[in-house]
Each structure stands twice: as structure tokens, then as C-alpha cells.
Design a protein around this ligand. Structure first.
Ligand SMILES: Cc1cc2nc3c(=O)[nH]c(=O)nc-3n(C[C@H](O)[C@H](O)[C@H](O)COP(=O)(O)O)c2cc1C
Length: 301
């Protein structure tokens, strides 16, 4: 049996396959299709200090080999999340990663503090959502702001912190270094790429928000390139994502330098994608005589 266990800031995952925030609810929606015990970790939808209604509809639309979304981080707020979603996930033998969003540094810190004594393994700080006007991306596109918010969040966090980076920047390595300087334990990338679609019959934007975040197979080469660049620039472990739909896709990210991977949009067209990817990685390792997945991480220099 080959070893598929990987470690992120001292937290051991049974395999490197996780869900991508916002594409898997908090696990309950998919638990009819997917045995959550087979996943390395479940990353929840972003949660804020208070409930958010999200953006007006329409807020999702298809693109060639991908999609645009402008959900706007609709979420139930931290109170209901702690009461309902964490106990649900605790029934499973998988790691729990909570994605955190906010409009101000204080919002983020409040959620992180609330989660400090909850049975949660890692926190992923979303400073890269392109679909909200305040907070989010405002922190993720400016290296000084990113370093500052990382430092603040670290003051309140008991769990290791993942800073989730935006691809909507000129130089992703500058942002990765800023998060590292602020004390991030892990980096995840990429969030969605800002895009637009026009409905030519209605002569208006396909999304009420005008722009949306692009995800799915079409973004994968951009994401692999960015994971590779970040792996060369900083010493932190990386969670790679962006268009992963198959085990082969996941292995590209791992060889480019990712310790773990997240599967997002693929869940919408194949609810079994995560487990199929975890099984496919094992099959690849057996076929290629790879005894330990860790031998593949960052093997491409
Ligand atoms: C419908 C939808 C909702 C999302 N919601 C969140 C979110 O709440 N927090 C976050 O950090 N990323 C969110 N994302 C971004 C994904 O987690 C991921 O970074 C991105 O979609 C790229 O991966 P993919 O191509 O596999 O989907 C969302 C993406 C989609 C498609």
C-alpha cells in the first residue's frame, strides 16, 4: 500500500484531496453522494460574523469549460454555522477547514476568535473574493494590506492559518511573500479570475453583478503556473486549486508544488469528483511505483 498521507502545518490529512470553498456547502449537501470519510478535508463555504444575503440574481452562468459566479459570499453567519455545520462535519473522519470572510479586519478577527475553541483543524482566510465590494479582494490585491491582516488574524487564531490568494494581481509571488511575512502557516490558490459575460439577446450583463469569478477546467493552466511560481518563491505549504476535475489534474498541481489540492467547480458536473480523484491518485501511484505521495510534491523544478 502506498502512502497518501500529507501534512499541512502539523495537521495530517489521510490524502491530499479536499473540497474548494463555496462549491460543497458545508458537506451536508454532498454527503448523499460522497463518503466524506474518504476525503483529506472538507473546506466549508465562507462564513462571516453575521449572516450575509449575497448578491442579487442571476449570479451564476456557464462559460466555455467553466463558469462565472457572483454569489457574493451568502452565508448563515457564525452562530448558526457553529451550531449546525460543525457538529455535522464532526461525525466524519476528515479534517475540517473553515473558510472565513469579512468586510473589515475586525470582522475577520471576530470569526477567527469565535472558532478558536471549536473542533476545527484549519482556518482558510478568504481575502480574494472578487464579488464583494468591501473587504475580500481589497486585502488580497495589496501586499501591505495582506501582510497586516494576516498578522491581525494570527493574534486571535488557535488553529493554523491558510491565506487564500487571488490570481487577479500582477505578481502572485509578491502576495505570497506578504502573507508569509505576516505569519501565514499555509497558502491556498487560486481563487476565481474576474470575468464578464454579455447576454446579447437581453443586451445586458449575464450576471446582475456585471462581473463574476471564473472557475472550472478553463482556468487550470493559469492556476498550475501560479502554484509553481509560489512554490519557488516561499517556503510555506500550498493548497492548489483551479479547474481540477481528474486525478491527472490534481497530480499536475502536486508536482508543481502543492501539498494538497481542492476540487471546486467539478463537483457541480460530477458530484463524485473528489472521491474519484483520491482513488485515481492512489491508482497512479501504484502504476508508477510511487511509495509515498510526498515524493511527488514539487518534483517539477
Ligand atoms: C459558486 C462558487 C462559490 C465560491 N465561494 C467561495 C467562498 O465562499 N470562499 C472562497 O474562498 N472561495 C470561493 N469560491 C472559489 C473556489 O473555492 C475556488 O477557489 C475556485 O472556484 C477555483 O477552483 P475550481 O476551478 O475548482 O472551482 C467559490 C467558487 C464558486 C464556483
Amino acid at each position: 500500500m502506498s502512502n497518501t498521507k500529507v501534512t499541512l502545518a502539523g495537521v495530517e490529512l489521510k490524502n491530499p484531496v479536499m473540497t474548494a470553498s463555496g462549491t460543497f456547502g458545508s458537506g451536508a449537501e454532498y454527503s448523499e453522494f460522497v463518503d466524506l470519510n474518504k476525503l483529506g478535508g472538507v473546506v466549508t463555504k465562507g462564513v462571516a460574523n453575521v449572516p450575509w444575503p449575497g448578491n442579487p440574481t442571476p449570479r451564476v452562468t456557464e462559460t466555455a469549460s467553466g463558469m462565472l459566479n457572483a454569489i457574493g459570499l451568502q452565508n448563515p453567519g457564525i452562530d448558526l454555522f457553529c451550531k449546525r455545520d460543525i457538529p455535522f462535519l464532526k461525525q466524519y473522519d476528515t479534517k475540517i477547514i473553515v473558510n472565513v470572510c469579512g468586510k473589515s479586519t475586525e470582522d475577520y478577527c471576530e470569526v477567527v476568535e469565535r472558532l478558536a475553541d471549536e473542533p476545527v483543524d484549519l482556518l482558510e482566510i478568504n481575502v480574494s473574493c472578487p464579488n464583494v465590494k468591501e473587504g475580500g479582494i481589497a486585502f488580497g490585491q495589496n501586499p501591505q494590506a495582506l501582510e497586516a491582516i494576516t498578522k491581525e488574524v494570527k493574534k486571535y487564531a488557535k488553529q493554523p492559518i491558510i491565506m487564500k490568494l487571488s490570481p487577479n494581481v500582477t505578481d502572485i509571488t509578491e502576495m505570497a511573500k506578504a502573507a508569509e511575512a505576516g505569519g501565514a502557516d499555509i497558502l491556498s490558490l487560486i481563487n476565481t479570475l474576474t470575468g464578464m459575460k454579455i447576454d446579447i439577446y437581453r443586451k445586458t450583463f449575464a450576471l446582475a453583478n456585471k462581473t463574476g469569478g471564473m472557475s472550472g477546467p478553463a482556468v487550470k493552466p493559469v492556476a498550475v503556473r501560479m502554484v509553481y511560481q509560489v512554490a519557488q518563491a516561499v517556503g510555506l505549504p500550498i493548497i492548489g486549486m483551479g479547474g481540477i476535475a481528474t486525478a491527472e489534474d490534481a497530480l499536475e498541481f502536486i508536482m508543481a508544488g502543492a501539498t494538497a489540492v481542492s476540487v471546486g467547480t467539478a463537483n457541480f458536473f460530477n458530484p463524485y469528483a473528489t472521491v474519484e480523484i483520491a482513488e485515481g491518485i492512489e491508482r497512479f501511484m501504484e502504476q508508477q511505483n510511487v511509495e509515498d505521495i510526498n515524493q511527488l510534491i514539487g518534483v517539477v523544478k
